[in-house]
Design a protein around this ligand. Sequence first.
Ligand code: PBG
Length: 328
Amino acid sequence: MGFLEGRRPRRLRQSAWVRALVRETTVSPADLIWPLFIEDGTNARSAIATLPGVERLTIDLAVEAARAAAAEGIPALALFPNTPDDKRSETAEEAYNPDNLMCRALAAIKSAVPEIGLIADTALDEYSSDGQDGLVRDGVVLNDETVEVMVRSALVQARAGADVIAPSDMMDGRVGAIRRGLDADGLATTMIMSYAAKYASCFYGPFREAVGSGRRLRGDKRTYQLDFANRAEALREVEADIEEGADMVMVKPGLAYLDIVRDVAEAFELPVFAYQVSGEYAMIAFAAEGGALDRQAAIMETLMAFRRAGCAGILTYFALEAAQALNA
Ligand code: PBG
């Protein structure tokens, strides 16, 4: 026995088969949720400059995308509408128009690809004229008035075919209000995945271009989204959402917040998800375009990191590409 006293951890890394045998974490297409941006029209797609490789799709093309995702074993899509300018307003009425772009997309995908789960983002920034996630009065983002509109929005989404309502706004009390609204409307089986620990982050920049809210937004979202200096506060938010009836919770952004994912996974016995948000996608996509990173290697390494931290699943714009690579 030499100076190592018999401890040679490299033994377990010497070949691919033994590394496979001792691997602690897995990633599979079943862990992935694919966010899709929907726009009005037919048979059209539009590029998003800050998200190279991601496009807004008209509903018919989103149906095709849903088919492709289902074929690769992706269990669910998360839909985000780019509401036409003339339908946005200070009061965000379009959010509860049963015939809005989101509801039409939900219904079309549900009828064409019934086996894929549909997660509807519920927030007012996609319908309001000022890009905030809530109604604004005298420069203040209102809480309870916003929650009332969100409940109405969640109801039209669930009736149109959403399996999961995903409130992404961070207003107080919205999960409980949506749960009561769904139950009272005979929608007791509709699930809620709350954006429970959502931080005020610069990493949402490209998303705001994709849904057309960024150029409208003045100021920031720090009166409702979490301060990224805080950890205990995130756990209080998650606990509140669970008490109010959330079935699943989400941490967002993802990679820079894996400590929070780990905390939540350890503290609560329900599935935790993370959102690898638009700015995270952009970092990898642009770095790969510039030759600084191997795109596919970076995708797989980051997805594994989410799983290792304790995620049941990951919302990621890489979902289809990753699933194709995993199935290859
Ligand atoms: C809107 C919403 C945002 C994201 C998901 N839902 C943006 C925001 O809060 O400003 C971000 C997703 C991403 O960046 O990929 N409520």
